[in-house]
Design a protein around this ligand. Structure first.
Ligand code: NAD
Length: 485
């Protein structure tokens, strides 16, 4: 994608149509690989958010509208949306990859494919879930329990998996009968355009989905908007705290998917043959240039095999091909923004300054003179108390931390403010399961890590509150009413 094919939108998608924005403010988006401007959209202002929330409210309150439809009718619409998204998969993946540096091979699988799977999952669930049931009232009569849509949802997504993480919110919200205002991250607003085309082609009724591109101020305005009934957020822990404070004051339900600093626990019986485990190890440690919340960026290695483990990760990092995100051969693309690269480089300097031993990477690739690239980087001899082991770097930087016995590995894995992901590497799956059960985290994998649309995803401690995905996530968007009769 180059400036000749740049994407420009002049309008905002509100109330089922493209409408003029309230101001001339715009968001320019740069390619992470080339630093060139590749598109621009209007930046939503408070008046635009007001219009979007009003449109969502009107659609929600329509007595013959979306919220009142039979769930199976909503399911049909969601299946059409999934089909339309699938038809635009290549386009969506290409735009995401150009914006945030996600290697195109990954974007084609995840940003093109995962939202489709999530939307289809909630369409199927809407057909089978119970929205109303009656049982005998314990003191006589009958109680009917209704799971009604909670109302207008304010959804805020980050830039690392913009379509996937938006789908984690809009798919269950729509299945439940809610309407939604989505605020994408300024770094990744262009993929909203094919998304809107899919929404329109699928015949999703006007006002059910509205999009307000903007930054943190407009996000905060949406969160506190009096017309919003429920907030769903994915992003940093700092922003999550601020949103939680607002929602606490307003008594507004909120789900928060925040940062992570998960452990990849290598047990002493692990098979570390990269020709066998390389792909799974990549998905659990370096996926999306390290800009993935659940990655095991603290590699816990047994002292009995410490040098071997460090050698494997050194070889692994050095084997990864770094390049333009749109090149199908690229495994590690650039950081999503200059700010993000500065942040990652700051942590690399800090790691060296704190005495960790740099064994791979640590700088910018010599052959790439534009784009916000950082080499895949591995530190050895890291103490779990160091900043690079405790703080989320959100880049391709791993810390290999030694441990003595399994109990110490569990203790170090749990010695973190976060609790989102994690993996255990072992040739004995039952042993791995035994370790996985002891980790305080929302999700964990054994010899691989792959988010399952049909199972809850989310974190504990500073990694968030609540869960997305799986059948229970429908309840995030429902209000339960008991009718005694
Ligand atoms: P960020 O928190 O800065 O921004 C995320 C989104 O929130 C953006 O759309 C931003 O404009 C908006 N925002 C920021 N401050 C806000 C506020 N006070 N009120 C309302 N909206 C606000 O995070 P980021 O740097 O864009 O994304 C990376 C972070 O997201 C990482 O910390 C990562 O771990 C986290 N993340 C978590 C998950 C998960 O599921 N747990 C998934 C992906 C990313």
């Amino acid at each position: 994608m180059d400036t000749d094919t740049a994407i420009h939108a002049e309008s905002l998608f509100i109330g089922g149509e493209w409408v003029p924005p309230s101001s001339s403010a715009r968001i320019d988006v740069r390619s992470a690989s080339t630093e060139q401007v590749i598109g621009s959209v209007p930046e939503a202002q408070e008046a635009d958010v007001d219009a979007a929330v009003t449109a969502a409210r009107r659609a929600f309150a329509d007595p013959d509208g979306w919220s009142q439809w039979e769930p199976s009718r909503r399911a049909d619409a969601l299946d059409r949306l999934a089909d339309e998204l699938e038809a635009r998969g290549d386009e969506i993946a290409t735009i995401v990859s150009a914006q945030n540096g996600m290697p195109i091979s990954i974007a084609l699988q995840l940003e093109a494919g995962f939202p489709v799977a999530v939307v289809r999952y909630y369409a199927a669930l809407a057909r089978t879930a119970t929205f109303e049931e009656s049982h005998p009232h314990l003191i006589g009569g009958t109680t009917t329990v209704r799971r009604e849509p909670i109302g207008v949802v304010g959804a805020i997504a980050p830039w690392n998996f913009p379509q996937t993480l938006a789908a984690f919110k809009h798919a269950p919200a729509l299945a439940a009968g809610c309407t939604i205002v989505i605020k994408p991250s300024p770094e990744t607003v262009l993929d909203s355009i094919p998304f809107v085309e899919a929404v329109m082609a699928a015949g999703i009724p006007a006002g059910v989905i509205n999009i307000v591109p903007g930054g943190r101020e407009i996000g905060a305005y949406l969160v506190s908007h009096p017309g919003v009934d429920k907030v769903a957020f994915t992003g940093s822990t700092a922003a999550g705290r601020s949103i939680a404070e607002t929602c606490g004051r307003l008594l507004r339900p909120v789900t928060l998917e925040l940062g992570g600093k998960s452990a990849a626990i290598v047990l002493d019986d692990a098979d570390l043959d990269l020709s066998k485990i390389g792909e799974d190890l990549f998905g659990a440690t370096f996926l999306n240039n390290g800009q993935t919340c659940f990655l095991g960026t603290r590699v816990l290695a047994p002292r009995s095999r410490y040098d071997e483990v460090v050698g494997v990760f050194e070889a692994f990092a050095n084997s990864l091909s770094v390049g333009d995100a749109l090149d199908p051969a690229t495994q590690i693309g650039p950081m999503a923004s200059e700010r993000q690269r500065d942040r990652v480089e700051g942590y690399i300097a800090k790691g060296s300054g704190d005495g960790a031993r740099l064994v791979a990477g640590g700088g910018r690739p010599a052959d790439l003179d534009r784009g916000w690239f950082v080499q895949p980087t591995v530190f050895a001899d890291v103490d779990n108390n160091q900043a690079i082991a405790q703080e989320e770097i959100f880049g391709p930087v791993l810390s290999v931390i030694p441990y003595g016995d399994e109990a110490e590995a569990v203790r170090i894995a749990n010695d973190t403010d976060f609790g989102l992901g994690g993996t255990v590497w072992t040739s004995d799956e039952e042993r791995g399961y035994g370790v996985a059960k002891q980790i305080r985290t929302g999700t964990i994998g054994i010899n691989r890590y792959m988010v399952d649309p049909g199972s809850p995803f989310g974190g504990v401690k500073d990694s968030g509150i609540g869960r997305e995905l799986g059948p229970d996530a429908l309840r995030n968007f429902q209000s339960v009413k008991s009718i005694y009769r």
